[in-house]
Design a protein around this ligand. Sequence first.
Ligand SMILES: *Cc1c(COP(=O)(O)O)cnc(C)c1O
Length: 366
Amino acid sequence: MPSKRVRPEILDFKPYVPGLSVEEIKAKYGLEKVIKLASNENPLGVSSEVERALRLAAAGAHRYPQNHNPRLNEAIAQAMSVPAECVISGNGSDEVIDLLMRVVPRPGVDNVICYEHSFSMYGLTARLCGVEYREVPRGGNFRLPLEALAEAADRNTAMVIVTSPDNPTGLAARAEELQVLSGVLPAGTLLVVDEAYMDFSWPPEEYAMISHVADSENIVVLRTFSKAYGLAGLRLGYGVMPAWLAGHVRRARAPFTVNVMAEAAGIAALADDNFYSATLDVVFKGRERLLARLPELGCEVTPSQSNFVMFRPPKPAGDVCARLLERGIIVRHLKSFGLPERIRVNLGLPEETETFLNVLGEVLRG
Ligand SMILES: *Cc1c(COP(=O)(O)O)cnc(C)c1O
């Protein structure tokens, strides 16, 4: 027996690759101002209502939160018109992905299916849980391959995962098509729809699956406060799932993973309609601008229902990202998604988007 024992899959485990931080880039290039458009964060920052709620909540930081955060779950249920018993809050939706992966598939027996070039946390979490992870190819122009997912599912498929709107492409699946998929999956297979970016789809009722969860036995929807609500640093997300499954997850999970600050911030964020509308306004206008301007610079763009745009520049994407970085603009080279020719840029403030377009234009001409 080796004296430093870890599970064999940990020895060659590939860690999650986060976007670069503003501090790292400032230090590396000696820059004072850096524009970060790489992690799909909220361009408006933190809502002032949330800041106020955080100051108030700070006085209670010596207390444990109420287990399972019932006040927050109730607020989510109200805002989203879903039953509170179906809501599981988590330390980011990453925690809900992890909980599902540990509660649903049997390690060494079951499998989980997604498609290629998708959010890496699904595969990483499956691997850590000893669950087989399969990927089917995408359709043409990166289309979400719903038929191929249905065909790939077998009786040991515990979950089929679809990100809609998708990261990194920005494409969304229609709710109608996802309902068909949920109906043709083998008995006992869950359809997990990661709606981290659903706030940015228009019109939402054509795409969102959240209202269909309560009437189904096998649909789970994941949402997050990290994007449209501007709380990425506090770590708060949730899953909406059939009540029977939520009950099992609640029994199995570790206590207190959503802290008192995140809980207070989430409740305040849901009540702050002005900040939410202002966020959508900046994103929708900026997205129109990017989708119009990038092709004029010779870039091939993919239509987006999200707060970012994926594009292929007419020069090598890695070089373009490096040149942008030197000038203080962080975007996401999609090499880590297996798409080395493409870049993902999220919407910033209008002036940030313009600076990005100007500098990109110089980089592509130079
Ligand atoms: C950003 C993102 C999330 C949200 O993760 P959190 O843990 O809630 O911050 C979930 N899924 C996808 C595909 C994402 O891009």
